[in-house]
Each structure stands twice: as C-alpha cells, then as structure tokens.
Design a protein around this ligand. Structure first.
Ligand SMILES: Cc1ncc(COP(=O)(O)O)c(C=O)c1O
Length: 364
C-alpha cells in the first residue's frame, strides 16, 4: 500500500495525468451485449416494491414529504430519524459531503474504490490524497497506512471493484474526533456470512464512532438505478450540515415510497435471502474463473461482482465484446491497471456461457 500525492489540483472530473474517474460500467454496455459490467441486479420488482412506487405516481402533484421514509429507514437501522438523510442515490451523498465539508486539510480516499467520491471532492475544489491498497495483500485494509492527520477518509465496504469486505473493526479503528470517516456501504446488502443473521461488517447501526458517515444505496439489489434512492447515516449535527447543501425536494415521491418499502422487516429478510443466493452464484463464478489459464481472482470476493487479474485483460475485454459480452475495464480505477477486469455475478447459466466464451478467447 502506498500513499500518493493527489494527481493535479485542478477541480474537475477527468484528469490528464490519471485514470478517467468519470468512467462507469454503464458506459460499457450496448445493444446486443450481455451486461456483466453494471452491478445492478436484474430481476422483476416484487409486488411489495412495485405497488407503492406505482401508487406514488398518483401523488406527483404534491411536493415530496421525506418524513415517513426517513422514519422507516431510521427504524431499520435502529437510529433516530435525525440520523438519516435520504438522497437521490449514493451518488448524491458524495456530492453533498464534498460541498458541505469545506475547509478540509487532508482528505484521503482509499483506492481502488468507486471513483465518484474522489471525483465529487475534486469537483468541489478539494485536493485529494490516495491510499492505494496492495493487490499482493489482497487489497486488505491496514488502518495504520491511513495518515494520522487525515480529516476525511473515504473507504468502501464491501469495496467496488475489489469485492473485498473489510472487517468492521479495521474500519472502526479509522474513526476519531476531528475526522469524518465515510464508509460507502452501497453493496453491504449483498454481503452475508454463515451463522450471521445480518450484514457482517456493516457499521450502519454504530452510533458510538465519532465522525462516522455511512452511505447506503437501494439501487443495486433492488434494481432501482433509474429511480435514484439512497441515504446517509450519521450523527445529527453532521447530517444537518450535509442537508443544508441539498436542493429542496431532491428525492422524488416514488423514490421515497421505495425507501419506505425497502426498510420493512420483510424487505430486509428478502434482501438476506437474495444475498445467500448471490453467494452461491458467486462461488460458481469464482470456481469457473479459477479454472481458466492465467486468470486470478482477487482476494475472497464478498459482493455482487468479482475482480480478476489476467495479463492482457484490455485486449481480452475487446474480444469479449466481439463475442457479445460486456465486462468492466479495470484501468480506470486508481490502483489497478490494464490487466484487471470486473465481472458481475449473474445466474449460473449466464456464468457458464460467459466463462466458456472467455476460455475460448484465452485458448485462441
Ligand atoms: C460502491 C458504489 N457506491 C455508490 C454507488 C452509487 O450508487 P447509486 O446508484 O445509489 O448512486 C455505486 C454505483 O455504481 C457504487 O458502485
């Protein structure tokens, strides 16, 4: 793991001297391609979710009222309502914190991870420092590598694109007075562990850690990327600062209806069942990939995607596109390079067809 100076202090989303932080998996999909590049689950909405969203369409003449959804999300995580801020997806949360947290002296982003937090910080004028986790250490987090005087630390758990789930204790060790610790748990609902009833390693219910902000998304497991719904959890005064940077009525009435529905005990139980099914599908994908020549799966994947290393991955990705498969390039993530690809976990039949195509390309 190395600490690098921020490449370029110019606010903006793309940089001449580094990877394109604005590149996302949705840019890789296209007509005729099977999408393994975007990590949003593709399943029909269950009635308990579709019905309230549809019903909300009848209320569009009124401005949105976030109070019921806020209360429902707060109850789900065992927090008071003031410790919840609903956002238009997790993406909006990153922009709010970048704009609201003025005067940061040493903001640090732990990479490789989702690039929007750094992009939002840069766009708001912050000079961002990177801590790069080491592939030879399976991208594990060592809290001691984060500079002691960092006053903002952003880390993903589980992390996109590595699919690594850091121990809650390692993350908690990063919290301290005078620092805002942002843990992006957009994919926490995809994680599970045998014998653990809830999400292993989640900090969403922790109220004792100073400066902790947990970012959550409802767009992944529930296939709501187009609806835009997520939220922040944290201490009320800190959330109040972020809320002051949020436009009025930022979260629409249908999105609020979805947030309420997804917070119910039945929805959380359904989420756990989906995570268990996903784990079996992921094991299948990992087993298939591990049997291919030159392919190495990074670490022990814990989420809805798997990161793999193979020499010449950039060319392999092009060949996969010719065969009808879209996978996510790795080179736009700081800390990775052209030899990495990220692949979404799908059902076994899709995985078998994909790995057969990959095997053919690798053997050619
Ligand atoms: C790790 C991570 N966090 C947050 C987001 C943004 O999610 P949302 O759709 O809720 O804005 C993404 C989207 O890809 C992501 O991968």
């Amino acid at each position: 793991m190395r600490v690098l100076p921020a490449p370029g202090a110019v606010p903006g989303r793309a940089h001449d001297d580094g990877p394109d932080l604005g590149h996302h998996g949705d840019a890789e999909v296209g007509a005729g391609l099977v999408d393994l590049a975007v990590n949003v689950r593709r399943a029909p909405l269950p009635d308990w979710l579709a019905d309230p969203i549809t019903a909300a369409l009848g209320e569009l003449a009124a401005y949105p009222d976030p109070a019921p959804a806020r209360a429902a999300v707060a109850a789900r995580h065992g927090r008071p309502a003031e410790e919840v801020l609903l956002t238009a997806g997790a993406a909006e949360a990153f922009v709010l914190l970048a704009r609201a947290l003025t005067g940061l002296r040493r903001p640090v982003v732990v990479h490789p991870q989702f690039t929007e937090p750094e992009a939002a910080l840069r766009a708001a004028g912050h000079e961002v420092e990177r801590v790069l986790l080491d592939p030879t250490e399976d991208f594990r987090l060592d809290p001691a590598r984060v500079p002691e005087d960092a006053d903002l630390v952003v880390v993903g758990n589980p992390t996109n694109p590595t699919s690594v789930l850091h121990p809650a204790a390692a993350l908690a060790a990063l919290a301290r007075p005078g620092r805002v610790l942002v843990v992006d748990e957009a994919f926490a609902d995809t994680t599970g562990a045998p014998g653990v009833p809830g999400e292993p390693e989640s900090l969403a219910g922790r109220r004792d850690l100073p400066g902790l902000l947990v970012v959550r998304s409802l767009t992944k497991t529930w296939g709501l990327a187009g609806l835009r719904i997520g939220y922040l959890l944290g201490a009320a005064p800190l959330l109040a600062r972020l809320a002051a940077a949020q436009p009025l009525w930022a979260v629409s009435t249908p999105a609020l209806a979805a947030a309420t529905a997804c917070a119910s005990p039945a929805a959380v139980a359904a989420e756990r069942a989906i995570a268990a099914e996903l784990a079996a599908d992921r094991d299948h994908l990992v087993a298939r990939l591990s049997g291919l020549p030159g392919v190495r799966v990074a670490g022990r994947p814990a989420s809805a995607f798997v990161l793999m290393h193979l020499a010449g991955a950039a060319r392999v990705r092009e060949r996969l596109r010719e065969h009808g498969w879209a996978v996510r390039r790795g080179d736009t993530f700081p800390g990775l390079g052209p030899d990495w690809l990220r692949v979404a976990v799908r059902d076994r039949a899709t995985t078998d067809a994909f790995t057969a195509a990959l095997a053919e390309i690798l053997e050619a």
